[in-house]
Design a protein around this ligand. Sequence first.
Ligand SMILES: Cc1cc2nc3c(=O)[nH]c(=O)nc-3n(C[C@H](O)[C@H](O)[C@H](O)COP(=O)(O)O)c2cc1C
Length: 133
Amino acid sequence: MEALIYVSTATELPNQRMIDRILDASHRNNPALDLTGMLLWSDMTFAQMLEGPSNALDILYARLQTDPRHSNLRLLSRWRIDQRLFSEWSMASRRLSPRGPWGLLTDATHDAATTANWLLFLMNELRRLPAVA
Ligand SMILES: Cc1cc2nc3c(=O)[nH]c(=O)nc-3n(C[C@H](O)[C@H](O)[C@H](O)COP(=O)(O)O)c2cc1C
């Protein structure tokens, strides 16, 4: 298994309706691909971690790159995993305040590996907290 983490820029400000559509597709498609993960968004930025079989990651990532709701996908990191972080979630999700750590995380001055590690740390912490609507 592998995991990947990327960030992208929304083409228009995401509203709850857009997010619901994305999550509906994720819940519909990810179980068949044996994919799990977490989607974070804030303002115009998405950050998504996906984990599962390598070929399934290739399939979904290729599809994501053609989705007109976002652009400028930047693959920050892809690595081998033995265990999933989000085994119970076809796609966990959280909206984050643009204040706080988010601005630092997506700061262009960080290199990709540093940003990936910060996002992974954040997702791992969020995973432990009860979901809020
Ligand atoms: C930020 C973002 C994250 C997405 N994540 C997923 C995902 O995890 N799984 C998925 O199937 N589609 C995801 N999508 C939607 C896909 O790009 C695509 O629209 C969808 O898979 C098409 O599914 P359908 O053919 O069942 O309608 C995402 C889209 C965006 C913009």
